[in-house]
Design a protein. Structure first.
Length: 293
């Protein structure tokens, strides 16, 4: 395992050894859970069992999202057993949320949302706090790695092939794949529901008025209008979707970060348009985060 120095830089960079330990614990959890090696096989089994998953947008990403959430959970245990505060990851993901928001975005995004990660890690850290010996490795760490408040490890069957062992292993793999596929579909539905809720709130908080397409001063065409913060609170992060249409068909979609706005602020804007053939353009907010959220 290696670490790039950039992980310590910028607004969301790591700030001390404990935060670095949280990141390393997360990556070690991926290895311990064999996520990389098992993902392909379990996805294939799930898609063989349910043909609808082969073309279902976002299923693969949701499968990976669950693996990321599992690594977050295990990382809190590793931190506690190594003598670090297991809640340090909460601090990291809260900082990410404040700096970058938690936009559901493209349904192919394959990591949990920043605010969801922070909330879940509060729960996990609380469960493993009992194993923390500050600044020291827990002397019972080997035992606790197999049986703890987060999970209990059971050894696989020792039966050999020809004695039922191979068949038992196959059944276990299929059963595990089914469970994880079900969890991935649940995660996919949760992400879709949250995306719709984010769009509903965004439409209430940010509106675009007096829209028109006209010649831009630098050449080409642009979309001009007035953006209005209707929320009554300061907008800290926002993303808007600019769509190029041919009738009702979306030809192209750009997602554009929007600058912060004061309560009830009205701001004129102009956006250069791409030089493609289209009949009309539309603009709408898809994510608006208010200060303090």
């Amino acid at each position: 395992m290696f670490v790039f120095s950039g992980i310590f830089q910028g607004e969301v960079g790591l700030r001390d050894d404990s935060e670095l330990a949280a990141v390393l614990a997360h990556e070690m959890a991926h290895v311990s859970a064999r996520h990389a090696s098992e993902k392909g096989g379990k996805l294939a089994i799930a898609k063989l069992a349910d043909k609808g998953l082969r073309k279902e947008k976002g299923f693969d990403a949701s499968f990976t999202t669950n693996q990321e959430a599992e690594a977050d959970k295990y990382s809190t245990l590793y931190l506690a057993l190594a003598g670090y505060d297991p809640s340090v990851g909460v601090r990291v993901w809260n900082r990410m949320h404040q700096a970058m928001g938690s936009y559901t975005g493209d349904m192919m995004f394959d990591h949990p949302l920043n605010d969801d990660r922070a909330k879940n890690m509060v729960k996990y850290a609380s469960a493993v706090q009992q194993y923390l010996v500050p600044g020291e490795i827990n002397p019972e760490h080997e035992k606790l790695l197999t049986n703890n408040a987060l999970y209990s490890y059971s050894k696989p069957s020792t039966a050999k092939a020809g004695e039922g062992g191979g068949f038992a292993a196959l059944l276990e793999t299929v059963a595990n794949s089914y469970v994880e596929a079900t969890e991935a579909k649940t995660e996919q539905l949760k992400r879709q529901t949250k995306q719709l809720e984010q769009q509903r709130l965004a439409a209430q908080r940010l509106q675009f008025l007096r829209l028109q397409v006209a010649n831009a001063s630098g050449g080409g065409r642009g979309l001009f209008g007035v953006a209005v913060n209707t929320s009554g609170k300061q907008i800290s992060h926002a993303i808007v979707a600019l769509e190029y249409l041919n009738g009702q068909m979306v030809l192209m979609r750009d997602e554009i970060p929007w600058s912060p706005m004061q309560p009830y602020e009205q701001k004129e804007f102009g956006i250069p348009l791409k030089q493609i053939r289209y009949s009309s353009v539309s603009i709408r907010p898809v994510y608006v985060q208010l200060i303090g959220e």
